[in-house]
Design a protein around this ligand. Sequence first.
Ligand SMILES: [Mg+2]
Length: 119
Amino acid sequence: MDDSISVLCQEYAEFVEKRDWGRFHTPQNLAMAISIESNELLEEFLWFNNPASEEVQKDDDLVDAVSDELADVVIYAFGMANQLDIDLAQAVKEKMAENEERFDEETATEISADLDEWQ
Ligand SMILES: [Mg+2]
């Protein structure tokens, strides 16, 4: 099964097309949908005391809920990419390359030192 980003984007484009929902998928609406779903993801951790990944992984229901909300975020990102003809895989690759240069070893060490002060 090809589950590459481009294939998943195409599958979502077909899902939207079959339902004639493209007219609602303006960039602004999709940006809001991405934000709302991101907040639903955040809500899964509301009132927790910043548990480590290993702790979260022990809670199957929580992991399922996180998986569900994460998928919602990504699906609406596919929608945005489709509406604006953005090659999402290429955009991710470019951003990762940009981050590779932006966060060199020295910069990363400085950022980590700052973050450690807040732990
Ligand atoms: Mg959701």
